[in-house]
Design a protein around this ligand. Structure first.
Ligand SMILES: C[S@@+](CC[C@H](N)C(=O)[O-])C[C@H]1O[C@@H](n2cnc3c(N)ncnc32)[C@H](O)[C@@H]1O
Length: 324
């Protein structure tokens, strides 16, 4: 082709153009796929509609917070700010920010002067901007549609980077970690609150066995949403069709993080059975009914005992790491 022959006379331009085309093609993987799962899901997520085990106040206050902060009134963000930041710090970065509730919560806490939020979902970024405007934070937070698998971050810019339920969606974890390490200021830290269990929800036999045993003991009214004959492992194809980024390399989130950063705080907080159970039963629960509350408490107790004794891994972790 003539343009190729012409460019061949200018090798630097040829290679620069080739690099740009490759980067653009790679970026298409997420950004040009059309409406993503998260374009559809973000409104419900920001409206606090319970979608899974993490959204139940009883579980948050009585199970998750005690495991992370030791106090049912202190959530993971408040705990992180109190322990690891000399507030207010100048600037923070949020990876896979969704509708932006993490950034708004950090600004509400007075933890940081300005935040930057990045996400591949166009709708999420629109909503995050709108909600920041609504809450009066428009001048302190900046949002951008970005495919984090290919992001290039500015060097030594942020006092902290936060990733909440986002890393398990990234295919190029090594690249993301490298960028985060470079983007942190000296002494800066990386806050991770993540699903780290089986890739693409390929539940272990033990998880399925426990979840189905506990379901069998449920009263009939709570079993009405349970898939018949039992909770099963989704196929990889089903997972990819639903959300191609879901848990794509979740089982590698922690090992790669531990290799590349110095972990200064690490709290496993379960979810290994609770996630499966509540995905199957949540709509049937009446959270104001004390007998239903008791069932949730019993599940938390049983899962907690198995995770604490090491009989069951924890599928969810809170981790604070520093660059080495
Ligand atoms: C489970 S949601 C979490 C959103 C938010 N952090 C929260 O806690 O509500 C995962 C987010 O990761 C985003 N995401 C997935 N793959 C991405 C990628 N390659 N680059 C940037 N964002 C991505 C999705 O668009 C979605 O908003």
């Amino acid at each position: 082709m003539r343009w190729k022959a012409r460019l061949a006379r200018y090798p630097a331009a040829f290679w620069a153009l080739r690099k740009m085309v490759r980067a653009w093609r790679a970026g298409r993987s997420v950004l040009f796929r059309g409406r993503s799962f998260w374009d559809e899901a973000v409104v419900a997520a920001e409206a606090d509609q319970p979608g899974g085990w993490l959204d139940l106040e009883l579980i948050e206050r009585e199970y998750i917070r005690p495991r992370i902060s030791g106090d049912s009134d202190t959530d993971y963000l408040r705990h992180f700010v109190g322990r690891h930041l000399e507030v207010p710090v100048e600037s923070g970065l949020s990876l896979g920010c969704g509708g932006g509730h993490v950034e708004r919560a950090l600004l509400d806490l007075g933890a940081v002067g300005s935040m930057r939020g990045l996400d591949a979902s166009v709708e999420s970024i629109h909503l995050a901007r709108e909600l920041a405007e609504r809450d009066g934070w428009a001048h302190q937070v900046e949002y951008e549609v970005t495919d984090l698998d290919h992001v290039v971050l500015p060097a030594e810019t942020y006092d902290f980077v936060v990733a909440k339920m986002a890393l398990h969606h990234f295919s190029r974890l090594e690249h993301v970690y490298e960028q985060v390490a470079a983007a942190l200021r000296p002494g800066g830290c990386f806050l991770v609150n993540e699903y780290v269990g089986p890739d693409r929800f390929q539940w272990t036999e033990r998880q399925l066995q426990l979840a189905n045993q506990w379901l069998d003991k449920l009263p009939k009214d709570l079993r009405r949403c349970v898939p018949q004959p039992s909770i099963r492992r989704p196929t990889v194809e089903e997972m990819k069709a639903d959300d191609p980024t879901e848990s794509v390399r979740s089982s590698e989130v922690l090992p790669l993080l531990r290799e590349r950063f110095e972990v200064v705080d690490e709290r496993p907080y379960g979810g290994t059975v609770l996630q499966l159970l509540l995905a199957a039963t949540l709509p049937a629960f009446d959270l104001g009914d004390s007998s239903h509350q008791e069932i949730l408490r019993r599940w938390c107790e049983e899962e907690g005992r198995l995770v604490d004794s090491g009989e069951l891994p924890s599928d969810f972790y809170y981790v604070v790491a520093r660059k080495t």
